[in-house]
Structures are given as C-alpha cells and as structure tokens.
Design a protein around this ligand. Structure first.
Ligand SMILES: [Zn+2]
Length: 186
C-alpha cells in the first residue's frame, strides 16, 4: 500500500521510493497512479517535469505518472517488478531499502541513458528496449512486461522458429520489426 513506502533522497539519482517495512518475494507493494494519458506524438506538449515521469502504455500512448510511483528509479538488477500499475517485490526487500524496477521492461524506443544503479551487471548505460535485455532475461521477465511487449516477443519468437524450420529461408525478422514501427533488433 502507498502507506508502506516513502519518497526520499536517493543520492545522485535524485528522489527515490523507499520501503517502510519488509516485503517478501512476490508480495504486493503499492499501486502506481496515472495522471494524464497522452499520444506519443503529443509528448512535447507536456511540461518538462511531466516528461520526466512517463510510462509507456503501448506503442502509441504514454501516461504521466503521479507520486510516489513516478519516483521509482531504474536498476539493472531491480528488487521489484511492475505488472500493469501494481508493483511487486521481485526479491525480498528490507525496511529502508530503495525500491527499484527495470525500465527496460516496457521500453521500445531504443533511447540510451546513463545509469548509476551500481548493480554488478550495470554497464553504466541503459538501452531503453525490452529486446536489448540479455537472451536469458526476457523469459524470466516476460510475465511482467506489458501486453504489447509480450505480443511482440511472441511474434518475434514465432518468426525466428519459422526461420529455423526452413533451412536457408531469408531472415525476415528485422524487416517485419521495421514495418511495425519498432527499432530493428538483433
Ligand atoms: Zn544500471
């Protein structure tokens, strides 16, 4: 519940969301709230602050997140996951820990950001694209990805199986990905 978390300073990351009690793995933490939902083509009409707190709804729309959910920071090894607007503990979270999620789960733009999460696997840069995750990660994370990403994942998987099934068949995946407005990915 929202009463179980608090917004506090998180060093170089600015503000972050912190646990006011312990959460066991899989436990519901709190629900994120959406403010305005805008077409991605209208994002430039938002204020700078609103643009800092966007969440992808699908390929065409984004939501402006309200506090405290808008202050959830990214980690390359997060301790929480988001399913829709609900945030769950991905592993055990102790009282006082910062709660983090993986922004790559619902991202598809391919934008790059500096990352200061300090996780062991962090390269110092995030590629904002679900399909940039290491091959073993997506299947583990997939249930927490939004439906539009799950559909795209299954479509790519089916396409790659078709490719494998027909020896010497042309590699069509990147062409299809471009056609859907997605950045072609490996
Ligand atoms: Zn990182």
């Amino acid at each position: 519940m929202i009463g179980d978390v608090a917004v506090r300073g998180a060093g170089r990351k600015g503000l972050g969301v912190f646990a006011l009690r312990q959460f066991d793995k899989g436990e519901f933490i709190f629900r994120r709230r959406y403010g305005r939902i805008v077409a991605n083509t209208r994002i430039l009409s938002l204020t700078r602050e609103e643009r800092r707190h966007l969440c992808e709804i699908d390929y065409a729309r984004s939501a402006v997140l309200l506090a405290p959910g808008c202050y959830l920071n990214h980690s390359c090894e997060p301790n929480a996951m988001r399913s829709g607007v609900k945030v769950f503990a991905w592993r055990r979270i102790r009282m006082g820990d910062e709660i983090t999620i993986d922004y790559r789960l619902n991202a598809f733009s391919g934008d790059r950001w500096r990352c200061s999460c300090r996780a062991a696997s962090c390269t110092g840069e995030i590629v904002g694209d679900f399909f940039s995750l290491s091959p073993s990660t997506p299947s583990e994370y997939l249930q927490f990805a939004p439906r539009f990403i799950q559909r795209e994942y299954r479509r790519r998987l089916a396409n790659s199986r078709k490719r494998v099934g027909v020896a010497g068949a042309p590699r069509r995946l990147s062409r299809v990905a471009r056609g859907s407005g997605l950045r072609a990915s490996r």
